[in-house]
Design a protein around this ligand. Structure first.
Ligand code: SF4
Length: 440
């Protein structure tokens, strides 16, 4: 036990956010107190992301900033940069004391003790994922209305641009019992919406002691049986794991939201092939058509990589054509960022950065236009299904919620209950959000 404090900073994806929560609970259990001030804390944990070069570089500038003021702190660099850069990290920054891969974060308290006792740098980048989930213990603190649960980690897909298979290791699925237990704990602490999380979440596959195999559809059905679960979402999915059972479930399970994040990355077959995505544009479109057949009101969001090596103007136009076809209602789009050690890093890239920026801007304007049109279609209508997530601290007459399509909804109302699902009359909007009042 200790009377020291810690500060944790999380970079990148929702899975890192989730891991940071678990690290926080491990450290609290070990006697640390949670500090909001990086300069005051004795221990600083940087939970890193390696998906883009910028995210990886940012952690080093953050370490530089904090150690300039005070170099006595214990610095732990955990997560995907730790896994990818390993011992190199100690050479890059002499102030880092502990390097810990994403599959071993449950070892952090022990490594801190070892560092303190022997005054030696500590490193662990082993893939011991099954052990990690055994260390996720019952927590007591209140939770938000919407909570993530990691059900699957790692990836076997090896997209040419991605480091995840190297940093998170092969696909691994958590046990159903373990997930249901964590869901119950979240429900007891206020959660009403469960977001199942995985690098390849729809590749989930777990066989229990009775030789019963659960895919993600069966897992969703299992979680739906819990009364207090009002909504279920899952992310991030790979198109090749969208089977008919899962697509059908969007139309038959009322708790499963009619909104799916299904990254396509590009609308060009040539680029998809070079990305090693293993589907064609027509196959992706077929999935969308099938989803719409099973669940006519489903909406799709996606990820796009612009300026992948070799992307021509024609390839880019094909991406715009796919956007016209699918009408994505949300998206994340980025200029390609080379990651050392990936296949894409070996492909010649001759497109000037200015051209890439121009393409990204065209694509984002197009997607914003679709979002605005979609949001505008709700103005002067009542939407029945807004989950109220919180109340404004500064003005208690304002609440924040989310629609079934994940649109942020700002509501003026009196006496709403956080966690309730309520009808809202939408008055105005912009491309990002809806604004309204409670409707009766
Ligand atoms: S599916 Fe591709 S992009 Fe997604 S985690 Fe796996 S390798 Fe990375």
């Amino acid at each position: 036990m200790t009377n020291k404090s810690f500060f944790i900073k999380s970079y990148g994806c929702q899975m890192n956010e989730y891991d940071s929560e678990k690290i926080t609970s491990l450290l609290l259990k070990d006697g640390y107190s949670n500090s909001n001030d990086i300069n005051e804390a004795d221990l600083i944990v940087f939970n890193t992301c390696n998906i883009r070069d910028k995210a990886a570089q940012k952690v080093y500038s953050d370490i530089g900033r904090v150690t300039k003021k005070n170099s006595d702190k214990t610095i732990a660099l955990v997560g995907c940069v730790a896994q990818a850069e390993n011992e190199e990290i100690f050479k890059k920054n002499k102030y880092v004391d502990i390097v810990l891969g994403p599959q071993s974060y449950h070892l952090l308290p022990k490594m801190i003790d070892a560092h303190n006792e022997y005054q030696k740098k500590q490193i662990n980048t082993d893939f011991i994922i099954n052990e990690k989930f055994d260390f996720i213990h019952e927590e007591k603190s209140p939770k938000g209305v919407s909570s993530y649960i990691t059900i699957q980690e790692g990836c076997d897909k090896f997209c040419a641009f991605c480091v995840v298979p190297f940093t998170r290791g092969p696909e691994y699925s958590r046990s159903v019992i373990n997930i249901v237990e964590e869901t119950k704990s979240l429900l007891n602490r206020g959660t009403r919406e469960i977001v199942l999380l995985g690098q390849n979440v729809n590749a989930y596959s777990y066989t229990d002691e009775m030789s019963m195999t659960y895919n993600i559809s069966k897992l969703i059905d299992e979680i739906s049986k819990l009364d207090d679960v009002k909504r279920i979402r899952y992310t991030t999915s790979h198109p090749n794991n969208m089977d008919h059972e899962l697509m059908r479930l969007h139309g038959s399970n009322e708790k499963l939201m009619p909104f799916l994040h299904l990254p396509v990355q590009s609308g060009s077959n040539e680029i998809l092939k070079n990305m090693n995505r293993k589907y064609t544009v027509d196959e992706y479109k077929k999935i969308i058509d099938n989803l719409k057949d099973y669940c006519p009101n489903i909406e799709i969001s996606s990820d796009f990589i612009i300026g992948f090596p070799g992307e021509t103007e024609k390839d880019f136009q094909e991406t715009l054509n796919l956007i016209d076809y699918v009408q994505f209602k949300q998206s994340y789009s980025f200029i390609y960022s080379e990651r050392p050690g990936t296949k894409a890093a070996t492909i010649e890239d001759i497109t000037p950065i200015e051209e890439k920026k121009n393409r990204l801007s065209i694509l984002q304007k197009k997607l914003e236009g679709i979002q605005l049109k979609f949001n505008t279609s709700f103005c002067n209508t009542n939407i029945s299904n807004v989950l109220i997530e919180n109340q404004s601290q500064s003005n208690p007459e304002y609440y924040f919620g989310r629609s079934t399509f994940l649109q942020p909804v700002y509501v003026k109302a009196k006496n709403l209950v956080v966690g309730d699902i309520v009808p809202i009359g939408i008055e105005t909007c912009n491309h990002k959000s809806l604004y309204g009042t409670i409707s009766h």
